[in-house]
Structures are given as structure tokens and as C-alpha cells.
Design a protein around this ligand. Sequence first.
Ligand SMILES: *Cc1c(COP(=O)(O)O)cnc(C)c1O
Length: 393
Amino acid sequence: MTKEWNTRTKLVHEGTRRSQYGEVSEAIFLTQGFVYDTAEAAEARFLQPGNDEFIYARYGNPTVRMFEERIAALEGAEDGFATASGMAAVNGALTSMLRAGDHVVSSRALFGSCLYILEDILSRFGVEVTFVDGTDLDAWRTAMRPETRAVFLETISNPTLEVIDLRAVAEIAHSVGATVIVDNVFATPIWSRALEMGADVVVYSTTKHVDGQGRCLGGIILGTREFIRKTVEPYLKHTGGAMSPFNAWVMLKGMETLDLRVRAMTDSATHIASALEGDSRLNRVLFPNLPSHPQYEVAKRLMKRGGTVLSLDIKGGQGPAFKFLNALKIMTISNNLGDAKSIVTHPATTTHQRLSDEQRAILGITPGLVRVSIGIEDQDDLLHDLKQALDAI
Ligand SMILES: *Cc1c(COP(=O)(O)O)cnc(C)c1O
């Protein structure tokens, strides 16, 4: 019996396909199409492509396939379908399986574009969506109906880092036969236990930690072979959300160092969150691995460690928050996360600007809230940068 590889080995080797040249680094198969030796071979491939056979890059491509197999092995999923962006993955997972008359239950604290798909797009096609407070299990129970086909949630919400009890929600969802789809970006593919906790489908924006160096957009839908090949693939191959081979190659290279980066970023985030907790300039430090976090116990079950993002609620609101942001010397103001570079975001005026004051209040997005995505820089330098910026208020 061969031993199953551990994470770091999988991240470097899993899914590798070598051409006849025996290249060390994965090849970029920058090709749209594939040729067939004979007309009969073309006919046979269209009927049922074999394991190493491709038809057209919108359906699949060897470089993309390497990436899909590598990340599926990491997550412990049977199969995966890579997409052009994280949003193409969220849309693909939901739209491929839903039809008019279906009902969806979703947590309310969602990434803006996810909210748009659930609230605006699905309703146009006759799918009804009920939004609940993701941390309220009774609300999930009450929202379920016999026709509930899917449950959607972000395991850790952006930017307030609320943690959902995935195991409990999955049990509630499965009792009516609903498919549990999770957007798992904040838990990261390294610390995730989503499938173990009962998720049926896991979606990532690989734009975040997987690339991790601010270059390419990408996404992945992970699930059973049946779901990926029978439900997701037909939808995506005809609607055109495929990942480009070049981006898949960048993602493959990102995977090689994913564990090293996420571990270093998590170490720093944990250190910085503890060091800043109790600072007189802050109302709160939000980080899932702090014992003061409202869902600390739930977070410990959901993920092996606290992740790479923390949020600071700065006393005095937007004015002091802006002063703080403008005084940072290492950390840059942007809206990505999971990057090698530390990035700060003011959600109330950027990513969550579209929401009303009331909606922001419900989600806990106060005017003083700053999201901090910790990068791979030296943790003492980062802590020093944050402290000198707090002093500047
Ligand atoms: C970034 C993000 C997305 C969207 O990903 P893109 O790659 O930008 O399309 C979806 N969900 C969450 C939680 C994200 O952080």
C-alpha cells in the first residue's frame, strides 16, 4: 500500500502531467484546441474523452487539469472544476444545480458579488432565497423548506470574521436533502476542514491565497466526481467560465508555496492580533483564534488555525480610521487579501459602500472597522507599522 502524501508533498507534486520532454516545471499548454489522429478518434473522443484526452480549452486543458487535481487532493475532494475567477466559481456552483421553483437558504454576511448573485440574479430565474443570520442555528432551522435545494454560506464572513458552525448547519440542511455550498476563502485551503464538517461543495477564489502574489484571477469548485462532472462541467463548458491555461500555471506555482506562505501569514496574524488586543485606541480586535472572539470554539472546530486576516475596530469612527490607514508605511491600502503583501481595507467606504447604513450596522461594519490582511513580511515590522499608525491618530 502506498502512503498518502502529506500536504506539502501534495502541493508540489499532485496532479503533475509530464509531456514527452520530461520537463521539471509544469508546462503551460497554451492551446485552445487538440488534434485527433483520425476521424474515428475525433468521434470517439467527443463520445467520451479518456483520462488524458482533451477537446477544447473551454471544456478542459492539461495545465488546468493539473491545477484541478492538485487542489482537489489538498482539500480531499473527489474532483474539481477551475474557473476564470472566484465569482465564476460561486455562480457556477449555484446556477448549475438550481432551477425555477427551488429555494435557497443563505447566510446574510456575504461578499458583495455573492450577495448580488443570490439576491438579484437567482430571483430573476424563479429561485427564492431566504437570508439568515449565519450564527443563529434556529434561524437556519426555521428557514428550511421541503423545496430547499441548496444552502450557501461563507464559513468566515468578510470583514467581521463571524464564524459559522458548519457542522450544525450541514446537519440542518441535509435533513431536507439540501446541498451545502461553502465559499471558503477566509478559512484558506490550508486550514480548511469544510468537507469533514459536512460541506458538499467547496468554492474558493484562488485569486486570494492560492495565487497569493497579486497576479491572476481564478476560482475552483470542489465536490464529488458526480457533482463536478454531471452538474458543474456541462454548465461551465457551455457558458464559458473556464480558467485560462496561463492562470492555471500561475496557480500551480502558487500551490507549491501555499503551505509555507499561509503558515507564516497565520503565525504573524495570530501574534499581531494578541499584541493589539486591549490597545486603548481600539474598540475590538477581531480574529477567530482569539479567545475573546464570539465564536472562538466554533472556529477551532471549523479550521485548524485562525487564518490570515484580522479586523480592527478603531475608536472614533471614519476620521481616525482614515488617519490610521494613511499613516501606514509598509501596509498598502487595497482590497485584495491573502497576498504576500499586507493589505488594509476600510470596508464601510469601499467593499461595502453599496450597502445602506442600516445594512452595515446589521453586519457589524462600523465606520471605524479596518480589515487587515497579513502578508509574509517580517511580523515585528508589521506590528511596528500598525502601532506607529495607531500613534498617528
Ligand atoms: C474575493 C472573494 C470572492 C470573489 O473572488 P474573485 O476571484 O475576485 O472573483 C468571493 N468570495 C469571497 C469570500 C472572496 O473573498
